[in-house]
Design a protein. Sequence first.
Length: 318
Amino acid sequence: MKIFAVIISLIALVSPLFAQSGIVSHYPLEEYVEPRVGELPDSAAWSVLPQGLNLTWASRDIHYKLHQVPQVTIKKDTVVYGWRGERLNVTALIYSKSPQGVLSLRMSPLSKDGIETDISAASSRFVNYVITDDYNMCGYHPKDLPAWLSPDIIDLDLPKEIKAMETRPVWCSVEIPREIEPGEYSTRLEVLNLRGDVMDSLLLKINVLDMLLPEPSKQRFHLDLWQQPYAVSRYHGVQRWSQGHLNALRPYLEALAKAGQKSITTIMFYEPWGEQTHEKDKFDPMIETYRNEDGTWDYDYTNFDKYVELCHQCGITG
């Protein structure tokens, strides 16, 4: 067995995206199906809005409810500040009292001094809603708590139907290149219909400071999100610790490394949390233990080594 500097976390849960409305018959999902629980739209409150699409920058610190008119003032431009090598995130909102059809998103290349560059550093995705409630403890989850919808899942880069009397958050990210010159830049969030026409847009100004952020692996910030590799094998329909499983894990681990993940979750025991996690994601130990007839013990570190080596390849090195 190779020896690694590993922080051994007994159990964790960073699962891939899955629909929460009923039982899903197959994975991976081609399209997320949002659940519908909780309050219905107040048609009187929505009726006072102007006709057409409403698009605005909004706060990242508010969970906007799906069926409520957001309490915002329309803001068509905003400014953010960041170091070279930093990732900036901004929230926008799309909402309307009438159906707007299927829309898609696009971020323009960065512009400087009014001239568009060839730097494509911005991306945008719709945010999907999930079921939640007031339970915030460990242990078994009561089934009689009132449930509602909360914006949580950053979707794939896919179009989205904007229905009447619904609020749809948009998550925008800007990856400031490490080699970019400091100064003022801008990009536009554009909302397009199925014909490719721009229905509306927002201006995002980016003030790049003359500072360089260390690469995630060299940052002093310690991120330790616990991982559940078995949920990935279930979701993608591959055998545990097969090459297909390792291939499916790679993008999740690379995203963790990019966020600054420093720790590797390795599972030493069978079901250390009992049955509190998804019933199909049984936690198996990564180290197989065998007791011989003569009372001695043997240990197989094959799966442990596979996972730790993959994490290292993806940039999670402690």
